[in-house]
Design a protein around this ligand. Sequence first.
Ligand code: MTE
Ligand code: MO
Length: 346
Amino acid sequence: MSFIRTSRHILHPDSGMSLPEGEVTPRGVHEGRRGLLRGLGAGGLVGAVGVGSGGLLSVGEALAQGGAAVKRPGKLAALPSVRSAVVGAYAMDKLTPHEDVTTYNNFYEFGTDKSDPAENAHTLKTRPWTLVIDGEVGKPQRLGLDDLLKLAPMEERIYRMRCVEGWSMVIPWVGYSLSALIRKAEPTSRAKYVEFTTLADPKQMPGVRSSVLNWPYVEGLRLDEALHPLTLMAFGLYGEVLPNQNGAPLRLVVPWKYGFKSAKSIVRMRLVEREPVSSWTQAAQREYGFYSNVNPKVDHPRWSQATERRIGEGGFFTPRKATLMFNGYEAQVGQMYAGMDLSKFF
Ligand SMILES: Nc1nc2c(c(=O)[nH]1)N[C@H]1C(S)=C(S)[C@@H](COP(=O)(O)O)O[C@H]1N2
Ligand SMILES: [Mo]
């Protein structure tokens, strides 16, 4: 396999910033590429030089294989992307190993132990799949997976994910800005929030038979948060289609909020006037507020949020890392919360 550097630049559709164009990075070269990324500096929207492998499948070909629960790399269809970008203050962090990203999961529809989703999610059927977009929209949508995959160019985005439980990962997602999807449905002037709903089928999802949460799993964002260019609709990770345990065939990634805001295996997006009530807020209002922005100064009622444990980097006694405001994405998203008391709107 030979790797070529591309020097062509494309314009970022939302930010107007120029980013180097590349192709999806095969997993094997991610580690080596960190050297390249390091040279590009931190902060702001940082583009990485793309390395292409050649002979990539078309998106349609890739996804025809569908997803599966995998524990070992290289089993899923490749998901080509047009460019690669690291965003935020963590550009120099090492990627969390694929093994950890795909075996240490929260997906309560498949059980509450971290290893349950990888064990159980093989029963999830990701094709056919339909996403409904309705509510306060001019053009309600029913989109099949093939339409969703073609809707906008796939991009690789390396984001940190911080779980409310106090651990974090760095994951190379593949997807496109959620704004592309929302704009297609033409929100009305009454639309102020987006409500996301996960599939809840007890035949495919053994965890749904337990009452640990009120099913289906519901989450919500304010419309400006949902339209923010960092908010990603992800279809893949590490250059391949999403493993089932990570929320196949499509899941949200909101990198400046605690992980539970990033709903998996989404079947419906409803544009609404009033703030949606998420499943986690229903379960414990005082612990899981609507905003749930990562904030080291606002502790969870039962534990501190000042530090975090990076999964895959050392054991239990390895020093914890300081958690950053908005998970390191303050420069990009802080303005959306100007003037808000973040201890009240937690
Ligand atoms: N439908 C659904 N989405 C979900 C969850 C869940 O249990 N069900 N868990 C959330 C939590 S708490 C986290 S930290 C992330 C974990 O994503 P990952 O397993 O892909 O790393 O998914 C979020 N999305
Ligand atoms: Mo989480």
